[in-house]
Every structure is written in C-alpha cells, then in structure tokens.
Design a protein around this ligand. Structure first.
Ligand code: ATP
Length: 620
C-alpha cells in the first residue's frame, strides 16, 4: 500500500510536467522568451512537446502501477481478514458463533469485507493523488498570481455550502442504510434457508410477503434517500467545477493590466480546467469512506469475539475415561442449565444419557467435546482437563456425531476423508464399508465422486448419517459421542445405522444420547438427566426398579411403540400394560421386563456384545 501511494505521488508529480511544457510552448510560440517566432519556434517547442508526452505516459503508467499495487494490497488484506475470521470461528465457542444469525455472519464475511475493497484499492491511492494534484495546481496558480488562485477556488465555498446541506443528514442516513441492508440480508438468508419449511406448511405467500416486504422496504429507503439528496448533490456538482467563471474575467483583467503574461494566462486557464476533475473525485469517495468505516467496525467487532483459551502444549492424557465433576453451565448469563453434574464414564464403557427433553443431555455431550467451557467444575479426559488441551488434541480424542452432521459440497469420498485428511483411498473405502455406505453409494451415477450437494437430495437422512459415521470411523478417536445419532433413521435404514455404530464404537468409550430408550438397554450405565441434574444412574434393570422417572419414560416409550405398532390391534395397549407391569416396584415386573429385553436381544446382540444402539423390542 505504501508503494502504491508512492507510485501515486510520482504519477501526480509527472502530471505537472505537461502543464509546465504547455507554458513553455506558449512562451516560445508567442515569442515571449527571446523572440524566436516562426519556424524556429516550433523547433524549440518540439522537446517540450516530447517531454509533455513522455511525462503524460509516465504519469499514466505510474498510476497504473499504483492501482495494481493497491489492488494486490487490498485483496491480500481481504484474504487475510477472511482467514482471520475463519480462525476466529474455530477459536470462539460455538455458543458465541451460534448467537449470531447466518445473515449477520454472511454479511461480515462477504458484503462488509467486499465493501473494504473499493476504498483500499481505489480510494487511498486515487484520493491522495487527486488531493495532491488539486492542491498542487492551486498552489502553482498562487505562485503565478495569488488572485488567480483565489479566482480558481471562488466557487468552491458556494458548492461546499450546498454540498454540506445535502450531507447534513448523511451520517444518520448511512447508519439507517446499513441497518436496512442488514435486515434485508437476514430476511433473504432466512427465506432461502427455511424454504423447505415454508413449502411444507404451505405458507409460501406469508413468508414471501415478509421477504418481498423487506426487499421493498430497502428499495423505498434507498430511493427515498436518493430523492432527498439528488437536488443538492447535483447542484453542488454543478457549481464546484465552474472554476472558469471567475478565472477568465480575473485573468483577462490582469492580462490587460499587464500583470499577467499571455503564456501565464494560458497556463492559468488550462490549470483552472485541470483542477476540476480531481476536486470532484474527492467528493465521490465520501460513500466509500463511510462503507470502510462500517466494514472496519464490523470486522473489528467480529475479531474481538471472546475465544476459548487454548494452551500450546499437549496435555498428558492417560486413558480414555471421561469424568465430569461439579459441572455447572449456562448458555445465557443467569440462566443455569446444568446444576452441578457429576458423572464418570470409564474407558471402554458404553454410557447412555436419557431424560426428558430440555433436561441438558446434549449440553453434557457438547461440553465433553468442549463446544463451550463450563462455568464451574471440570470435564476431564484421561485425567486431564479439556481446557488444558489444544483443540487438535481434544479433537483426536473425541468424535462427536450429531443428528444432522453437515456434509460439505465436495465429493462424498472427501466428506469421509475429513475424518482424517491424510487417509488413503483404501482407508476411506474401508471406513465407508464399515459404515454400510457401499450399497447406496453404488446407486449414485458417479459413486464416491458424487458431490455431496448433488447427492444430498438423493440421500436419505439415514444415508447422510452413515456418511458422517464413516467420517467418525476414519477419525478413529477413542471416545465417541453420539448425540441422537439415529434420530433420522427410517426403519429401512435403522438396522444398517445400528450396525455402523456398533462397528464404529468397538472397544471405545461411548456416550450415547437417546430418546428411544429401547436403543440403549444394553448400555453399561444409563444416566437419567432431568432439569440439569443427574437423577439416577445404573443399569437398565436397576433403573426400572428404583427410578420412577425412568420407569415413567420407559412406560411412555413402550406405550408409544405399542401405539406405533397399533396395527395389530391390542398390541399397543398390551405393550403399555406390560410397560406398566415393568414399573411395578415389587421388582418382579421390572425383572420380567428386563429378562424380556435380554430375551429380545437377538436383534440387540451385536458383534461386540455391547448391544450398542440395537433396538430392543419393548414388548418382548
Ligand atoms: N444454544 C443454546 N442457547 C441457549 N440455550 C440453549 C442452547 N441449547 C440448549 N439450550 C437450552 O438448554 C437446556 C438444555 O438443552 P439440551 O439441548 O442440552 O437438552 P436435551 O436434554 O438434550 O434436550 P433434547 O432431548 O430435547 O435434545 C434447554 O433448556 C435448552 O433450551
């Protein structure tokens, strides 16, 4: 940028040479210096003509170099800012990032940043060049005769007064313009993101109205602003360039009074005309300066978002057990969601988190993956606090599979490879096979090379889920957290997903969040979480016997299953009755249900005998 400025200044300096050459040529031709009139005068003028042409070319080349350098600088700054933003996204807690709407983030990442380009690439070199040129020309006029300089700028105050009148509300209007722009941005992003829901609920007209309304409001606002200022702006831009209005009479008067040589008069007239263009450009950069101001403020706010502190050195981790002690956590200040959770998940065990909706299960799981930091207490892995590990160490230890893991718009193969970027094609294929992806990928015309975006519509929720499981499998972390990983499963896919999960979690520490209680009966430990506290924990049979909440949930689950299977008439009621039997506190019912469960475990008994995610028929 500094080199660009230097080139711009050099270009301006070169720009003065043609004016001086014009002056010398006029002097020569008019015979003012040495009376060389006639053909000889033209000979003497030729070097000045050549000098003017060369300086003009040099000035343009230097200006080109200046804008080239300023563009290199501007785009480098833009790229660096976008990299800084991405790094910030990685270092800030998920909560901080998710607290902003996609529209807002897109606005900063794309529009605001793009808005910095014109000021950086054009305003800084061109503005400084224009300013220097205008100021230099006026100074030169003053050197010839101060009255000529005054005459040249005589109309500027009048123009400025009109201009300032139009600008009085500029700051306020620009702020409102930015706000309107943000609003229309958010509405557009929301409309596009939610188009599926809009269509599903046949609200096309209402939602479209909100969208169209925002677009209309933005148009009305900008047009209103333009209409309110176009008279004064046009007036100002008409008055400002009228330098000749005063320069011609004053110049002629001085010439007639013998105070200005003819060549000087000619030069003054040329310079008075030349000062117009750079002076007008100064005004044109006003918008750009404002857009830069907002862009910098927004970028700055984003880059100052709080970060999760990250140590440099790797922590000493012994084993893959997970321990939460006294964990308190709130998403919003003053609204605690977890109230002192103590939980031990031994290495290699399978622990299920169950409980009513909103109780805090997902929050516990996310804290293990350190999507947020706890407010009090600690989350430890292998004896080390997750806050004492660099993020990549934690990432090596924990695979977090959510219900709607994102597939990037690259090939399915590359989506799986994200689990371990250095993996060979064979390793990717092996993970995909283990996650039972082969059959549906074979159906796609381009197989593993199909872009996920293109494949997205062709894949079921369960199939997408299996791609994310393959990704997690390739990563091969010793701790696997499955947050409602089978939530999308349709009956056709469910069995395959369960098999993939069993394969994924063989020999690993496994934390599963499940709504369908029958999918986690085989867990080593089931933890019941309600209202941010652990209500009880134990094996399935124990909980049925002693935890009323779990028994109620089991009953509701069994009832729901029965209801779902209700085609067989009494099945639902019978199921519910049996569920109720299971709840009886004398233990017999519970034992019966438990035995029934293990009896039904022909489906549950997976390869490693952990019963991971295998659904147990609650009616058995
Ligand atoms: N990003 C968030 N910002 C603010 N509050 C949140 C956020 N995520 C969850 N909560 C709140 O935290 C509480 C616990 O939510 P959490 O998702 O952990 O419960 P859950 O037991 O997993 O629920 P579900 O079974 O419905 O998924 C709820 O009251 C929820 O509204």
């Amino acid at each position: 940028m500094a080199a660009s400025l230097a080139a711009s200044v050099a270009s301006v300096a070169m720009g003065f040479v043609p004016f001086y050459a014009v002056y010398r040529i006029m002097e020569i031709v008019m015979g003012a210096s040495g009376g060389e009139g006639g053909a000889g005068a033209w000979d003497a003028a030729v070097p000045w003509i050549a000098a003017a042409a060369a300086a003009y070319v040099a000035s343009k080349v230097l200006f080109g170099v200046s804008t080239l350098l300023s563009h290199v600088s501007a785009y480098t700054i833009l790229a660096q800012l976008r990299r800084d933003f991405a790094a910030k996204l990685m270092r800030a807690s998920l909560g901080t990032v998710q607290g902003k709407s996609i529209g807002q983030i897109k606005n900063v990442f794309i529009d605001r940043i793009e808005g910095i380009e014109p000021p950086l690439a054009h305003m800084i070199p061109e503005l400084s060049g224009s300013f220097l040129l205008a100021a230099g020309l006026v100074a030169w006029l003053a050197a010839i005769d101060w009255r000529m300089a005054l005459a040249c700028v005589a109309t500027v105050p009048a123009g400025l007064v009109v201009f300032a009148g139009g600008l009085s509300a500029f700051n306020r209007m620009y702020a409102a313009y930015v706000e309107e722009g943000n609003r229309v941005n958010s509405v557009i992003v929301e409309y596009i993101e939610g188009i599926e829901v809009v269509k599903a609920f046949n609200q096309a007209s209402d939602s479209y109205e909100k969208y169209a309304g925002a677009v209309r409001a933005f148009r009305d606002f900008t047009l209103g602003w333009f209409k309110a200022t176009w008279v004064s702006m046009n007036l100002a831009t008409s008055i400002m360039p009228t330098t000749l209005l005063a320069v011609v009479p004053v110049g002629l008067a001085l010439y007639l009074g013998g105070e200005l040589a003819p060549a000087e008069l000619g030069l003054c007239l040329v310079m008075a005309l030349a000062v117009v263009d750079p002076a007008m450009r100064l005004g044109a950069f006003l918008n750009e300066a404002k857009s830069m101001e907002y862009a910098v403020a927004d970028a700055d706010e984003f880059l100052r978002l709080p970060e999760l502190p990250e140590p440099r050195d790797r922590a000493r981790v012994r084993g893959a057990d997970v321990e939460l002690s006294g964990v308190r956590f709130s998403y919003e200040e003053g609204e605690e969601v977890l109230h002192g959770i103590d939980l031990t998940i031994p290495e290699g065990s399978f622990v299920a988190l169950v409980g009513p909706s909103g109780g805090g299960k997902s929050t516990v799981a996310r804290l293990v993956a350190r999507h947020w930091d706890v407010d009090a207490g600690s989350v430890r892995i292998g004896g080390a606090d997750v806050r004492d590990m660099p993020l990549d160490q934690l990432s090596e230890l924990v695979s977090y599979v959510a219900q709607d893991n994102f597939l990037f718009d690259c090939s399915l193969r590359e989506n799986v490879r994200l689990g371990r970027p250095g993996a060979t094609d064979e390793e990717v294929a092996a993970a995909a096979r283990a996650a039972c992806c082969d059959e549906f990928v074979a159906r796609l015309p381009r197989g593993w090379d199909t872009p996920a975006g293109e494949a997205g519509s062709a894949l079921s929720g369960g199939e997408r889920q299996r791609v994310s499981i393959a990704r997690a499998m390739l990563k091969d972390a010793p701790i696997v957290v499955l947050d409602e990983a089978t939530a999308f499963a349709d009956p056709e896919n469910e069995d395959r997903i369960q098999r993939s999960i069993a394969e994924l979690t063989r020999g690993k520490t496994l934390v599963v969040i499940a709504h369908r209680l029958s999918t986690v009966c085989g867990a080593d430990k089931i933890v019941v979480i309600e209202d941010g506290s652990v209500r009880d924990e134990g094996a399935y049979e124990e909980l049925l016997e002693r935890c009323a909440l779990y028994a109620d949930m089991w009953e509701a689950h069994v009832g729901a299953k029965g209801w779902a299977a209700g085609s067989s008439g009494a099945g639902g009621a019978a199921g519910a009755r049996r569920g109720r039997g299971a709840r009886s506190r004398d233990g017999a019912g519970a034992q019966g249900a438990a035995r029934g469960t293990s009896g039904a475990a022909s489906r549950a008994a997976d390869a490693d005998g952990r019963g991971v995610g295998k659904e147990v028929d609650p009616h058995a």
